[in-house]
Design a protein around this ligand. Structure first.
Ligand SMILES: *[C@@H]1O[C@H](CO)[C@@H](O)[C@H](O)[C@H]1NC(C)=O
Ligand SMILES: *[C@@H]1O[C@H](CO)[C@@H](O)[C@H](O)[C@H]1NC(C)=O
Ligand SMILES: *[C@@H]1O[C@H](CO)[C@@H](O)[C@H](O)[C@H]1NC(C)=O
Ligand SMILES: *[C@@H]1O[C@H](CO)[C@@H](O)[C@H](O)[C@H]1NC(C)=O
Ligand SMILES: *[C@@H]1O[C@H](CO)[C@@H](O)[C@H](O)[C@H]1NC(C)=O
Ligand SMILES: *[C@@H]1O[C@H](CO)[C@@H](O)[C@H](O)[C@H]1NC(C)=O
Ligand SMILES: *[C@@H]1O[C@H](CO)[C@@H](O)[C@H](O)[C@H]1NC(C)=O
Length: 410
């Protein structure tokens, strides 16, 4: 009779096959999933149907996580009476055939096999098969670092294959990556940029659980290499000057080289010049290097200030000077910034006889100039100016062409 009735039911309801073959056709509990893999803190629905012979009256039905009783007289524990479950368990079924329940906020401690049991006024159902629940968290699997321009794939791992086919979502630094559409549980970053570095976590759409974050670092060759000059900004000859090289790179560059006018002059992040001279007014560059490449900074020219030097006087006219003629003396000097203040002196005379870069001498004497800028001053060697008195040149007969002309005019 059992074999006959079961073959009829087999055609009618394939889902009940296993139960029907093992137990009586009239009695049975069938679970949609024998294994459920659920995400931590999610709600699990254990879909379940049951049948019992007509004429019976349901007396008790409940879910338990105990397969065998230790003692014949002991009852199976009813989860709805267990404080660990009662708040989280919700019976969604009915009293005819649906025994579905929902267990919310599942944790690893809920990993058990669960059974639906019921008793009628005549008999009871103690099925040996139930629903095995596995609870998983999510872990981001990613390399620690990726080089700029390369591609990288991040995987959101669960310890079992999730029963609910949910969409994975990704976060970088807690911000959802909305622009990405990725396959399954993978996030593919193509041609990685520096901005892609960060803390990545994953989650399932519609679930509150978020995986712990995995840090992805993006490595790259030095960029934005620049030279910084320590100090006030104004460099005066004799000062100590420190140049430092900064660059943006990952991993940080540890290898720096210095170039002065194109020549290698040293290594290290810092380049010091202890007593700077105006000869050091060259273009300086540094080069920063890490394992991904190297880059030069722009050239920096040091503007070194110095007081006047090589001060000299030049005379504009040449030849014999006569009383009444004036002679222009010009003071020149080398300084930074250029000297703008000049003083003129006549030898053995304490006060200045003139100012300005040029000076008109009207008398004989030895003259020198002094050039000033804000860093100091220096005097020139003296030059001799000889002016002949007109009286002493009075002659009866003109001897030069000029004298003849002058006489002709008279
Ligand atoms: C059982 O009840 C649940 C909740 O009401 C429902 O979603 C499910 O479809 C029912 N199952 C069957 C087989 O009727
Ligand atoms: C668990 O889920 C609830 C909402 O369902 C949420 O409020 C809570 O923060 C979650 N807890 C954790 C640890 O994710
Ligand atoms: C380059 O570095 C300087 C100084 O560190 C910084 O002010 C500047 O914003 C950087 N430029 C770029 C493009 O990163
Ligand atoms: C620094 O880089 C130069 C090439 O620019 C290389 O020759 C040298 O070995 C490097 N030094 C270190 C300490 O890595
Ligand atoms: C300027 O003076 C320095 C010494 O102070 C000297 O070495 C240099 O040759 C001079 N330059 C000129 C153009 O005279
Ligand atoms: C100027 O004084 C110096 C000594 O300080 C002296 O040797 C020189 O002869 C004097 N020159 C004139 C023109 O008086
Ligand atoms: C130039 O001379 C003027 C007046 O003689 C003075 O006030 C000024 O400080 C001088 N400047 C320098 C740079 O020596």
């Amino acid at each position: 009779i059992h074999r006959f009735s079961s073959s009829i039911l087999l055609l009618k309801d394939l889902a009940l096959v296993r139960i029907i073959l093992v137990y009586s056709a009239d009695w049975g509990v069938s679970y949609r999933h024998s294994h459920i893999c659920a995400l931590k803190n999610s709600s699990v629905i254990m879909s379940c149907t049951y049948t019992y012979p007509t004429g019976h009256q349901i007396k008790k039905m409940f879910w338990t996580n105990t397969k065998e009783k230790k003692d014949k007289h002991e009852e199976f524990p009813d989860l709805s009476e267990d404080p660990k479950y009662s708040q989280r368990l919700q019976y969604l079924g009915d009293k005819q055939q649906n025994c579905t329940i929902r267990l919310s906020h599942v944790t690893q401690k809920d990993e058990h096999e669960y059974y639906f049991r019921f008793r009628t006024d005549i008999d009871q159902w103690i099925g040996k098969k139930g629903v095995t629940l596995t609870v998983t968290d999510l872990q981001v699997e990613a390399p620690e670092s990726v080089t700029e321009g390369h591609s990288v794939s991040l995987t959101c791992k669960s310890s079992c294959t999730l029963t609910d086919r949910a969409t994975f979502i990704w976060y970088r630094n807690s911000q959802p990556l909305t622009e990405r559409r990725d396959r399954n549980n993978q996030l593919l970053l193509q041609s990685v940029r520096r901005e892609d570095a960060g803390r990545y976590s994953c989650a399932l759409h519609g679930h509150s659980y978020i995986s712990p974050a995995a840090h992805l670092s993006v490595t790259y060759a030095p960029k934005n290499v620049s030279v910084f000059i320590t100090g006030s900004g104004v460099i005066v000859e004799g000062d100590s000057v420190t140049l430092s090289c900064s660059s943006d790179s990952n991993p940080p560059a540890l290898n720096f080289s210095w170039f002065k006018g194109g020549m290698f002059v040293g290594s290290g992040r810092i380049y010091s010049i202890s007593k700077i001279s105006s000869d050091d007014s060259k273009k300086y560059k540094c080069k920063s290097r890490n394992e991904h490449g190297e880059k030069y900074s722009d050239a920096v020219t040091l503007n070194i200030m110095y007081s006047p030097r090589n001060v000299s006087v030049s005379i504009s006219q040449s030849g014999q000077l006569w009383e009444g003629d004036s002679v222009t003396l010009i003071c020149s000097s080398d300084s930074n910034p250029p000297a703008l203040n000049f003083s003129w002196f006549k030898e053995n005379q304490s006060s200045a006889v003139g100012s300005g870069q040029s000076f008109s001498a009207l008398q004989s004497g030895r003259f020198y100039c002094e050039a000033h800028n804000q860093y100091g001053s220096q005097r020139s060697d003296a030059v001799t100016v000889t002016v002949k008195a007109r009286s002493s040149q009075k002659k009866i007969f003109p001897t030069t062409k000029r004298e003849r002309n002058q006489l002709d005019q008279l």
